[in-house]
Write a new protein. Structure first.
Lengths: 335, 119, 215
């Protein structure tokens, strides 16, 4: 009998784990965005000095975000019981290579842009089950590495469709602990795959919105709550179009949509010409740190992050497969 | 001067057609599709004898777009047949476009050698 | 009754739903999807045990089930598309068209200028054309290297793809992009990512045209 489960898909964390430290590193473009003041490090260039490739820089970002998070609380990698990390590159190389540097048991995870929510859910579960005292979760994405893998060579002169999202260059690490005070992870809802036949890799918001809606609806049912019970419902990351579709789906369900936002919409200014906003693991990976700081300032008390992932690959795209969408919800509370 | 204006108009129209193909068709038309489509369609139009009049009227306006590359391939194949028969039919197109392909390869290679991708 | 007969009957009953499907609520739909999947799973287990004749029936039934699943999903996809299409941002078609026209036209005009210069210096027309193409290919590759051509392409669309400079851009961009994977499997192999299909089908069509003229 699963004693800590509510309804169909929601995990309740009785000893709610605390997020006790975090670190974020972003690229220059994110550094010009509206949230620039909330990041630990802004790189001057997409390719850090001395790096041979963008892939190397992405791995470096993830490593640096982890180092920020650890150093802020005076820990090292070996103080963690487990390290969960993932990214967008084939075989999640950024995460695997980052784990080389920290003397810590490592589980690589993949959920596209939902990786952060996935990692936090698993991390909180490990802590609650008594398997760990401290767990680290890292995610990263890099605009240039993702574009070249999933779409076109970056120097090719093509028009990006207006529905396209801009992969965020950024990495975030969050350290969770079973004890202490601070922002707590109180519950999490694991989502199901939703695929409504959208096959366009340049329109991931439309592909993921049904998954976000499904997970949100299930979460609210499982917890017996209403959208108003949250100060903020933030998806990461549907983009401008996907957010509009989610709001439309919510209205059809009779939900209020006043407190709904999206990481991909928050991270850039409209004039930065990203079309539909940001995407990538790093998007929710760095925007969450902004949300957490706002929570500490008392602006929000209860927030749900709906990490949404478009689970496609370049191969499936070329073969004309539609995009399976996923969304996991993680609830943060601070009082 | 008149020739320049004609080249501008014809070249512009041919490119605008490509934009219409990309924007107004339900299919996901990528640059790859556009390039391949222009070369093959250009070659067919040329084989039917309709491309030379365009070049006579608009000069570079017809020869610079990739359909002009198709024209080169088609005319090369036709010339090849006249000169060498069956072998010419097979090799004529490539022969006529050899300079273009070689230039693309060598300048592509030089670009990769001397520049850094900047994203 | 054999298991497959029950499954067949349930399948036939569900086929009647195809028409009323759009109006059904989500829970009812999910139940149908679950039912199909459960039957599918039963068939998969039956298949390897069945002898030849029965196996054909089972395979046919499985194909029908999979088709039914796909058909229902397609209806859902269509409904979703109808809902989302009005929300999608519309590109500014007119602006795109004008930019494509102007930029494409200008590139061709530059081509004509270069060609005029060659011919004024006594180069015959055919060679002048080839030399012009070569220069334009150089320019396309060079501006790709400088990181300018992709900026142009963002605005001009087909205006910068259709001219031969666009061909050069696709060759140079692919080559440049994969420089870090080395010069053999990176640059050397990837240089033809976009140019390859052009050369392949260009060759094919030229040979076809040649053959037509030969016979």
């Amino acid at each position: 009998m699963a004693t800590n489960k509510a309804g169909k898909q929601t995990l309740i964390f009785p000893y709610a784990p605390v997020i006790f430290s975090w670190g974020t590193v972003v690229g220059p473009m994110e550094g010009q965005g509206p949230l620039s003041g909330y990041f630990d490090k802004i790189m001057e260039n997409d390719l850090e000095d001395g790096d041979k490739s963008w892939e190397k820089s992405e791995q470096g970002m993830m490593q640096h975000s982890m180092e920020f998070a650890l150093e802020k609380v005076g820990l090292t990698g070996e103080n963690l019981d487990f390290y969960l990390a993932g990214d967008l590159l084939n075989q999640i190389i950024s995460a695997n290579f980052t784990a080389r540097f920290f003397d810590v048991p490592f589980l690589g995870i993949y959920g596209a842009c939902s990786t952060l929510a996935e990692g936090m859910t698993l991390g909180a579960a490990l802590l609650c089950a008594g398997y760990a005292d401290k767990v680290g979760v890292s995610v990263s994405s890099h605009h240039e590495t993702a574009e070249r893998q999933l779409r076109m060579p970056t120097e090719q002169g093509v028009q990006r469709p207006l529905t396209a999202q801009w992969t965020v260059t950024g990495a975030g690490t969050y350290l969770l602990s079973a004890a202490g005070g601070g922002i707590r992870i109180t519950s999490a809802t694991v989502g199901k795959i939703k695929d409504l036949g959208v096959g366009d890799a340049n329109d991931m918001g439309t592909a993921m919105a049904p998954a976000a809606m499904d997970t949100l609806k299930t979460h609210l049912q499982d917890m017996n709550r209403k959208p108003e019970d949250y100060d903020l419902i933030i998806t990461g990351d549907l983009g401008v179009l996907g957010l509009n579709i989610l709001k439309e789906l919510m209205r059809q369900e009779g939900y209020s949509v006043d407190n709904v936002s999206d990481c991909g919409v928050l991270i850039y200014k409209p004039e930065q010409d990203t079309h539909s906003g940001g995407s990538g693991c790093g998007c929710s990976g760095v925007v969450l740190s902004y949300i957490l700081q706002k929570m500490l300032e008392g602006r929000y008390k209860r927030v749900i992050l709906l990490g949404t992932g478009a689970l496609l690959s370049p191969t499936s795209s070329f073969q004309g497969e539609s995009i399976p969408g996923i969304a996991h919800g993680v609830v943060f509370e601070y009082s | 001067m008149e020739l320049l204006l004609k080249a501008f108009i014809l070249g512009g129209v041919i490119c605008a057609l490509g934009q219409i193909l990309m924007d107004f068709t339900p299919f996901n038309v990528t640059p790859g599709h556009i390039l391949v489509g222009y070369v093959t369609v250009g070659a067919v139009i040329s084989a039917l004898g309709w491309y030379q009049p365009l070049i006579d009227w608009g000069g570079a306006g017809a020869s610079v777009p990739l359909s002009g590359f198709g024209h080169l391939l088609a005319q090369g194949a036709i010339e090849g047949v006249k000169k060498n028969g069956l072998l010419g039919a097979i090799g004529g197109g490539i022969e006529a476009s050899a300079v273009g392909i070689a230039a693309a390869v060598i300048f592509g290679l030089l670009t990769a050698t001397f520049f850094k991708p900047r994203g | 009754m054999e298991k497959e007969e029950i499954i067949r009957q349930k399948y036939e009953a569900r086929q009647q739903l195809l028409k009323t499907w759009p109006g059904m609520n989500e829970d009812a739909k999910n139940n149908i999807y679950k039912e199909i999947q459960t039957d599918h799973q039963k068939l998969i287990v039956l298949e390897p045990q069945a002898e030849q004749g029965r196996r054909q029936t089972l395979l046919k039934l499985r194909a029908d089930l999979e088709k039914q699943q796909k058909d229902l999903q397609d209806i859902d996809a269509l409904l979703y598309r109808q809902m989302t299409t009005p929300l999608a941002p519309k590109p500014n078609f007119l602006k795109n068209l004008i930019l494509a026209f102007v930029v494409g036209g200008l590139i061709c005009t530059v081509g004509q200028l270069i060609m005029n210069l060659f011919m004024a210096n006594g180069v015959v027309e055919k060679d002048a054309g080839t030399a012009t193409s070569t220069l334009l290919i150089f320019a396309g590759a060079f501006f790709t290297g400088l990181g300018v051509y992709d900026e142009l392409g963002k605005r001009a669309g087909a205006g910068s793809i259709v001219p031969i400079t666009g061909f050069a851009n696709s060759v140079a961009a692919a080559a440049l992009e994969f420089k870090r994977e080395g010069f053999i499997y990176g640059v050397g192999a990837r240089i033809f990512t976009v140019a390859g299909p052009v050369i392949v089908y260009g060759t094919l069509i030229s040979i076809l045209i040649g053959l037509v003229h030969y016979f």
